[in-house]
Design a protein around this ligand. Structure first.
Ligand code: LHQ
Length: 259
């Protein structure tokens, strides 16, 4: 239910249940976990790109698999959150490389939370965000209530989560929910250029930047300064820093090796 490739150090995960708008099943979660196993074990990993097949990115939990209410039964929804969603989101956040989402279409429910857990998000202009949870009597999960207010502030997070109206890619960009909306026709080019950028990037600087930005929301300025000092000390000894300084002096683009 996913396609996974790992080339030039860059993993590409394509959610691949287009007929169900790539909604999550337990099988898909197991396949995602295996792809993450492979990437976590790869010392040469330089980035991860997540996208979707077909016209949707991810419509959240597959509601036909869970059948939360239609059969009259009630169940503990936290079980699937603990089993599938918490590890997925935690592992993406902890991956020591940039995780870039290229949203090819709508992201709803936990699919929207997956998007927000990524480090950088591109979305085609026709893509929409839908905090679909309130429509089925639930709250945003898979980290949604943590990511949303941090990205867009409390007022917008409340409005989006409570009323669940679709948000366009352009609006999401204007709010700072995503990095960039791109024309639909630019989807393939965006995917290719993100892969190329990650494969040629200063991977250790990326890792440090990701770690520091993630840590900042729980840190004081003094703690963050300490962290910057520690990480910058480490980066000062890397090959890529040496190469970056040489390339600057020689007025040429740097050839980073990720070491
Ligand atoms: C789907 C789905 C879907 C199955 C479209 N499931 N088939 C965590 C843990 C435990 C329990 C519950 O929840 C969670 C977290 C969550 O993620 S809750 C939120 C779950 N997601 C939603 O409520 C979104 C449901 N989908 C939609 O609202 C629409 O499909 C959107 C707005 C995403 C797209 O609308 P359209 O572009 O009009 O497409 P469509 O509705 O016609 O969907 C295409 C097909 O995909 C359709 O099947 P069909 O056989 O009629 O062609 C849908 O039934 C199916 N599909 N989402 N989540």
């Amino acid at each position: 239910q996913i396609r996974f490739t790992l080339e030039n150090g860059v993993g590409v995960i394509t959610l691949n249940r287009p007929e169900r708008l790539n909604s999550f099943t337990e099988v898909m979660h197991a396949e995602l976990a295996r792809a993450l196993d492979a990437m976590e074990a790869d010392a040469g990993l330089r980035g991860l790109v997540i996208t979707g097949a077909g016209r949707g990115f991810c419509a959240g939990q597959d509601l036909s698999e869970r059948k939360p209410a239609t059969d009259g039964s009630r169940r503990d929804l936290s079980l699937i959150l603990e089993k599938c969603y918490r590890p997925l989101i935690n592992r993406l956040r902890a991956l020591p490389v940039p995780v870039v989402c290229v949203m090819n279409g709508v992201a709803a429910g936990a699919g929207a939370s997956l998007v927000l857990a990524c480090d950088v998000v591109f979305a085609v202009e026709s893509a929409k965000f839908l905090q679909a949870f309130s429509k089925i009597g639930l709250l945003p999960d898979a980290g949604g209530t943590w990511f949303l207010p941090r990205l867009v502030g409390s007022a917008r997070a409340m409005g989006a989560a409570l009323f669940g109206e679709p948000l366009s890619a352009a609006q999401a960009e204007a709010w700072g929910l995503i990095w960039r909306a791109v024309p639909d026709a630019a989807l393939a080019d965006t995917l290719a250029s993100v892969q190329a950028t990650l494969a040629a990037g200063p991977t250790r600087a990326y890792a440090a930047t990701k770690a520091a930005l993630h840590a900042s929301s729980g840190n004081t300025l003094a703690q963050q300064f300490d962290l910057e000092c520690q990480l910058q000390r480490e980066l000062g000894y890397t090959d890529d820093y040496l190469e970056g300084m040489r390339a600057f002096a020689e007025k040429r683009p740097p050839a980073f090796t990720g070491t």
